[in-house]
Design a protein around this ligand. Structure first.
Ligand SMILES: [Zn+2]
Length: 303
C-alpha cells in the first residue's frame, strides 16, 4: 500500500488544479483497492504473486523449472498449499482459461471520479472537465481584468441541452442588466453560469453555462455582432454526432487497454487487440472527417 501511495503521489505532481489533485488521489486509491480485490478474489492472495510466476514461466517444456519456482515461492511466503499453475497443465492453457478472463475484468475497471454519485464518470473525464472548467474561470477573469463589460456567448450547433438556452446571448460582467446600444437585452453572466442543482445524495453542483464539459466561450461584445441562430433539428442531429464520436473514442481506448494488459501474456490476443484498436481509430477518424468534426488524439490516448 505504501508503494501504491508513492506511485499515486508521483503521478499527481504535474497536476495544477487543486480539486483535481484531491480527486485523483481518492480515485486512484479506490482504483488500486478494487484491482487488488479482484485479484485476491479470483486467485487467492498467494496466487497474486504466483500469477507473476505463471506469466514468466510459461515455457511448456519446462514443468520442472516451474515447479521449482512454485516451491520456492511457497516457501518464501510460507503457504502450506501450492497454488498456481497445477501440474500436468500447460501454463498457456491455464493462463488462457484462468488468467486472461481476470485480466479482461481488470482492464474494464476504470479509475472513477470519486465525486460522481452515479459512479459512471471516469477520472479521465473528470480531468477533462476540470481543465475546461478552469479555463473558463480564467477567461472570465481575463475579460474582466481587461475592462470588458459586455460579452457574447459563442454558438455551436451540437450544444448540450443545458446550454442551448444560454448560447448566443449577451451578458454583463458587472452584474447589471439592460439593453445594448443596438437593442439586445443583456443580463448578468452569473444568471446563466450560477445554476445549481442538488443530487439525490445531497451534493450541490454548479452546472450552468460554462459549467463542466461546456465548450462555449465568451467574446467581448461589440454592437452589430450577429451570431448564427441554430435550428433545433440540426442541434439534435449534431448532438448525436458528438455522442457517436465519444462512443468511438471509448472503443479505441478499450482495445488499447486490452492490448496493454495482454502484451506479455498472450501474444495472439495482444496482436488482435492492437489490430482492433487501430481499426476503431481509423473508423473514429473517418467518422469525424465525414461529419466535419475535429478528432482528438488525446482522447484516445491511454498513457
Ligand atoms: Zn456549453
Amino acid at each position: 500500500m505504501e508503494q501504491v501511495e508513492r506511485i499515486i503521489q508521483e503521478s499527481i505532481t504535474q497536476l495544477q488544479i487543486n480539486d483535481l489533485k484531491i480527486a485523483a488521489v481518492r480515485s486512484l486509491k479506490q482504483f488500486a483497492i478494487r484491482q487488488y480485490n479482484i485479484m485476491v478474489r479470483e486467485f487467492g492472495l498467494p496466487s497474486v504473486f504466483l500469477l507473476l510466476m505463471a506469466t514468466l514461466a510459461n515455457d511448456e517444456e519446462e514443468p520442472v523449472k516451474r515447479l521449482q519456482a512454485q516451491n520456492e515461492l511457497n516457501k518464501r511466503f510460507e503457504f502450506e498449499l501450492p497454488v498456481g499453475v497445477p501440474l500436468q497443465t500447460f501454463a498457456k492453457t491455464y493462463i488462457e482459461q484462468n488468467v486472461t478472463p481476470v485480466l479482461d475484468e481488470l482492464a474494464k475497471v476504470n479509475a472513477l471520479d470519486p465525486d460522481d454519485v452515479s459512479g459512471r464518470n471516469s477520472l479521465r473525464n473528470r480531468a477533462e472537465m476540470e481543465v475546461r472548467y478552469n479555463e473558463h474561470l480564467n477567461s472570465i477573469e481575463e475579460l474582466r481584468a481587461s475592462g470588458h463589460k459586455l460579452v457574447i456567448c459563442s454558438v455551436h450547433s451540437d450544444c448540450s441541452e443545458r446550454c442551448s438556452h444560454w448560447q448566443g446571448r449577451v451578458y454583463s460582467l458587472d452584474g447589471t442588466s439592460g439593453t445594448t446600444s443596438d437593442g439586445k437585452s443583456y443580463i448578468p453572466l452569473e444568471v446563466a453560469t450560477d445554476v445549481y442543482y442538488t443530487t439525490r445524495a445531497g451534493r450541490v453542483y454548479k452546472n450552468g453555462l460554462l459549467g463542466f464539459n461546456c465548450r462555449h466561450h465568451l467574446i467581448p461584445y461589440q454592437p452589430g455582432y450577429k451570431l448564427p441562430v441554430v435550428n433545433p433539428n440540426v442541434e439534435i442531429q449534431q448532438r448525436l454526432i458528438t455522442q457517436k464520436q465519444r462512443q468511438l473514442e471509448r472503443n479505441v481506448r478499450a482495445w488499447k487497454t486490452r492490448a496493454i494488459e495482454l502484451k506479455d501474456i498472450n501474444r495472439e490476443e495482444y496482436l488482435k487487440a492492437r489490430r482492433k484498436a487501430i481499426e476503431w481509430n481509423k473508423r473514429y477518424i473517418a467518422y469525424s472527417r465525414e461529419h466535419n468534426r475535429a478528432y482528438y488524439p488525446s482522447r484516445t490516448k491511454i498513457i
